[in-house]
Design a binder for this molecule. Sequence first.
Ligand SMILES: Cc1cc2nc3c(=O)[nH]c(=O)nc-3n(C[C@H](O)[C@H](O)[C@H](O)COP(=O)(O)OP(=O)(O)OC[C@H]3O[C@@H](n4cnc5c(N)ncnc54)[C@H](O)[C@@H]3O)c2cc1C
Length: 244
Amino acid sequence: MECDVAVLGGGPGGYPAAIRAAQLGARVALIEADRVGGTCITVGCIPTKAWVQTAHALKDANGKPVNQLDPGDYTITITDNSDDHNFHLTGPGVDKATNLDNTVPGQPEKTTWDVTLVNGVYKYKCDAHPSQMKGSFRAGPAPPPPPKLTAKVGPGKAITLKKGGAAVKSLVAGTYKVAVKDATKKDNFHLVAPGVNKKTGIRGKASVTWTVKFKVGKGSYRSDASKKLKRAFKVIPPPATPVS
Ligand SMILES: Cc1cc2nc3c(=O)[nH]c(=O)nc-3n(C[C@H](O)[C@H](O)[C@H](O)COP(=O)(O)OP(=O)(O)OC[C@H]3O[C@@H](n4cnc5c(N)ncnc54)[C@H](O)[C@@H]3O)c2cc1C
């Protein structure tokens, strides 16, 4: 067989070189002893990333991933297949972890936990690889969406922050979605409160929605270009839950 270019090895080094040479008109032979794709595609980069995604998971008795559970008592069986990883579950009332090192090195290890789950979010991770090997699920219903506020500055010299059509004088501390309409190129909308400092630009118009978490204290909304456009409000603590 005659060729212009012979490439030895069909890994990420070899196969792009062979393809490019062929695109340039050469007659190319790619010689591969095993599987085209090389270390990266057959055993390295791609399989390891897929493995990491699926290896650290919480599944129910039918093998389906757990995203939501009713609060209650559960038994969790953890199969720890590796000396390099562990399973660490945290959430309301739960903080449990398997060891990073298995008792017998290289041997899979099974652990059973009895846990009581209450309403809230539970997170699990490998303590050695917390950014790659992690997940979460919720026990109980999802919380209601945050209440909505509407904020407006302009047209003209006008600024408002409203909840359900009424000007905001006081708010219960918590998370809110604020739909802001900045309808003027002469002023901006600047919201300041403990834990919150958000603003639109003075010279442009904008429609944005912010998710903000107000803490108890004094708040204000203003235009940074007009001293007169400034209003204050209070953030008050949530009412105490009655003890039954
Ligand atoms: C577990 C693991 C995870 C990795 N993860 C990443 C990552 O996330 N990101 C990243 O950038 N890199 C990663 N790498 C590195 C990446 O896989 C390599 O850098 C890349 O595969 C090197 O390409 P290559 O073509 O030089 O060699 P190889 O991919 O090794 O390809 C060489 C090919 O040549 C063949 N060959 C060898 N000798 C002969 C012969 N005499 N005749 C015929 N064929 C022959 C082999 O069978 C093989 O198919 C990882 C590697 C491993 C092992």
